[in-house]
Structures are given as structure tokens and as C-alpha cells.
Design a protein around this ligand. Sequence first.
Ligand code: SF4
Length: 210
Amino acid sequence: MSYAVKECFLTLQGEGVQSGSRAVFLRFAGCNLWSGREQDRAAAQCNFCDTDFVGTDGEGGGKFADAAQLADHVLATWGEGEDRRLVVITGGEPMLQLDPALVDALHDRGFRVAVESNGTLPAIGGIDWLCISPKAGTEVVQRSGDELKLVWPQEGVDPSDLERWDFGNFLIQPMDCEAREEALGAAIRLVMDRPRWRLSLQTHKLTGLP
Ligand code: SF4
């Protein structure tokens, strides 16, 4: 199988439980909840996206003919050193392209494989760290994993419903929007009211990392 990659770069994981960890970010092109075109945003199933996942023209992006070629590219992006190799596979929606062959090829090269998905497609096996970020109005089929990351506030989502799902960590992340102060306040209030949740901040936006 071939893969369409928007970008692939070395950075620190900015969000969630593994925030601050050195990681290769592998962003697949394409999402099943929005075309990525501004003219389609209002009618999209997910309309608060802050990510450009269209095409293969980003830093380290391109088309890769097979899993070995893409895994070699990830390894080259990581560079020297074998300690705690981590790749964060995101998108777009990574489950549109991620397959067991790529997971195996990354494991063969010593990487732990973390994935960030919207949960509307079932996750494949072999993933070392699975983060699901549900979007209002969508049918989330992947209701277990390591980290549930809820962007907040989202009309139509009741956090108490999500607490029944099988996750090791429940994170609330303020929505990055024009009303970001209000979103931060709402996220803090939710954590104060419901201690199962923890606040996740987008530290890459504070540090200026990509
Ligand atoms: S599901 Fe994720 S990648 Fe897709 S449009 Fe929404 S925020 Fe963007």
C-alpha cells in the first residue's frame, strides 16, 4: 500500500499525556470529517479544525510507495539515537491510511507508535498509545484507548456520557478559537466539577514549536 503524507517533522509532542516528549510527527493527508477546504467548513461534520492536512506539500511530506520506505523516512527524520524513539501519527484522520504493515515497520525500527484519531474508524492492532478526540455529532466507534482528548466546549457533547468509555486518561483541551479565553475558562470549570478530567494545553503553541 502507498501512503500520502502531508508532513513529517521532528518536534516535541505538544498535547496530552505525553506532552513534552521528543517525537516525529507523521501527518497523513486527508480526513473523513472535512475536506480541508475553507468553503466546505461550515457544512463539515467537524468544523473547528486548526490543521492543514490537504495534499503532500508540507515539510517532509510526499507520497511513499510502501511501509518500509515511509518507516525509513520517519527514522531519518528522528536522526541519531535509539533511546525512546516515538512517532506520533496524526492527520487528518490517520486510520484512513495506517495499516499493520506500517506499524510493524516502525516497530522494527525501534519506534513506539502513538496515534491521534477522531475515533470514527476502528483502530488497528499494535498501536502503543491511542488517543481519541471525539467530535460532536459523529459516531465514535473506537471507545477504548489510552487517552480520550475532548476539545472543549463542544455543543452536543456531554462529558458524563464519555466517562463510560474505556480510557486510561480523560483530557479536556480548550478549543483554539476566537473565544479562547472563554474556552479556557470553560475547560477549567469542567475539570473542577468533574475530577476525572485533566486540563491539556497546546504547549507547542506556547513554545512556538510546530
Ligand atoms: S477530525 Fe481532526 S483532522 Fe479531521 S477535520 Fe476534525 S479536527 Fe481536523
